[in-house]
Design a protein around this ligand. Structure first.
Ligand SMILES: Nc1ncnc2c1ncn2[C@@H]1O[C@H](COP(=O)(O)OP(=O)(O)O[C@H]2O[C@H](CO)[C@@H](O)[C@H](O)[C@H]2O)[C@@H](O)[C@H]1O
Length: 440
């Protein structure tokens, strides 16, 4: 077989646009596929502020009329990015607007035209799921919590698709169109980002209403653990750290701890949370456990943006405990790296976690995670060896996990965690296999 050409379609990809882990994955996978004979490009919406060279224009039907969108091109991190300037983008944020469904449907309808030049589409999450109805597609579920629900009247007039698709075994979901469901039903293969999550989402507890659909399509569902871009996340040459360090010579880590302490004003031992502020992530547990953690002498560093209520609660926690809590309500790559390197432990108390990159990044930087035993966290943290897992979704569970980590030796576990192989090599091979199945 010659070179396989794959078009990744996603809302975000590192380094051009990032809100969370989805961007890391989409940005890294194409690089890992290249040596395996897969030429992968990334198609994103042309978000505000993104600079690119205009290389053409794409015509596509929307709401019964032909629309046109500029197509941009840019190479970043050795990957070819294509940008589609459909109406509704060019704004500051990637999501979170009332017309997100309409914007991303436009994007998908234009993307299907770009996809004609490729053997296969690899569509990521609900915003790209519609591609599965038009092109040979591998569909990846990064998070079942965001499904993309659309009013059927609007959906069928915008897309021009036939109403015959509005039934339980296709797009219909409790009276609405569910794009995620469409991706699952119509893609040739469906993957999700860890083996454990692939099992969990087939149960009512984690299936978010789609477990039945996923069970019916289980034959084409695969769980492939995410990798880490080991070039991007490398304490051995991270420009954001005061000094490089490695497993063999971890002495630079002490300087990172000192710099982190200076920047935050927090005395060790510091527990860090880095990530989106979302009910998925278990910040309610963390807030409930906080008084006891502070009593025991721990300090807390939280960095993230998202839910207003959580932001407010964290701001209050900082006000009430100026010595013990530091909250940075910002997306800040440099500060995140310093925290991964400089904290004594990283907390990932998620309610559910498809894969989770935070615990992998922390491990690579020699900082042990305390994580809940769900999804990809279970598949990446070796309990009692490279970090600690706790079962019960309760503040006591988290407290017990933190205490266990420090009793068993946080520092040693951190060093052991650095040895773990989170590279993309294995996962990229697994994706190539799935691509072959999809085309076979
Ligand atoms: N304020 C901030 N400043 C700097 N960096 C920040 C930040 N907030 C978040 N990040 C970064 O965003 C990424 C978070 O990735 P995760 O995979 O842990 O979670 P997320 O829920 O976003 O991803 C979803 O998709 C991924 C990819 O499949 C799955 O691993 C995961 O389980 C699923 O929920 C990390 O690189 C983290 O450092």
């Amino acid at each position: 077989m010659g070179v396989m050409r794959v078009l990744h379609v996603a809302p975000e990809a590192y380094p051009l646009a990032k809100v969370g882990g989805l961007a890391d994955v989409v940005g890294a996978l194409p690089k890992a596929l290249k040596p395996l004979g897969v030429e992968a490009h990334i198609l994103l919406p042309w978000h505000g502020g993104l600079e690119a060279r205009r290389v053409g224009e794409v015509a596509f039907p929307f709401f019964g009329r032909e629309e046109r969108a500029p197509l941009g091109e840019r190479v970043a991190g050795r990957v070819r990015f294509l940008l589609l300037g459909v109406e509704g983008f060019g704004r500051e944020r990637i999501y979170g607007y009332p017309d997100d469904a309409e914007r991303y449907l436009r994007f998908a309808l234009a993307a299907k035209e770009v996809a004609r030049g490729y053997d296969l589409v690899h569509a990521h999450d609900w915003t790209a799921a519609l591609l599965a109805l038009y092109a040979p597609t591998v569909y990846t579920i990064h998070n079942l919590a965001h499904q993309g629900l659309v009013d059927p009247g609007l959906f069928f007039s915008w897309t021009g698709l036939p109403w015959s698709l509005f039934h339980m075994e296709a797009l219909e979901f409790h009276g609405q169109v569910n794009l995620m469901k469409g991706g699952i039903v119509f893609a040739r293969r469906v993957t999700t980002v860890s083996p454990s999550y692939a099992e969990e989402i087939q149960t009512p507890e984690f299936g978010m209403g789609l477990d039945g659909v996923l069970r019916r399509h289980a034959g084409k569902l695969r769980g492939i653990l995410n990798g880490l871009d080991t070039e991007v996340f490398d304490p051995g040459k991270d420009p954001h750290l005061p000094a490089p360090y490695t497993r063999e010579d971890p002495s630079g880590k002490a300087l990172a701890k000192e710099a982190f302490r200076e920047r935050t004003g927090l005395r060790p031992p510091v527990l860090a949370y880095i990530g989106r502020l979302d009910s998925q992530k278990g910040l309610d547990l963390l807030l409930k456990a906080l008084p006891r953690l502070l009593e025991m002498g721990f300090r807390l560093y939280v960095q993230g943006v998202g839910d207003e209520g959580l932001q407010e609660a964290l701001r209050r926690a900082q006000e009430e405990n100026p010595e013990g809590v530091r909250f940075l309500p910002a997306y800040d790559e440099a500060m995140a790296r310093l925290a991964y390197a400089g904290a004594e432990a990283v907390l990932v108390p998620s309610r559910f976690e498809p894969c989770g990159l935070v615990q992998m990044i922390a491990s690579r930087y020699g900082t042990p995670p305390v994580a809940r035993a769900v999804g990809g966290l279970k598949d990446t943290v070796e309990d009692g060896r490279t970090g600690v897992l706790f079962e019960t979704y309760h503040p006591e569970g988290l407290l017990y996990g933190v205490l266990r980590l420090f009793r068993l030796g946080a520092e040693e576990m951190g060093l052991r965690a650095m040895e773990k192989d989170f590279s993309w090599e294995g996962p990229a091979r697994a994706y190539r296999e799935v691509y072959r199945e999809a085309l076979g």
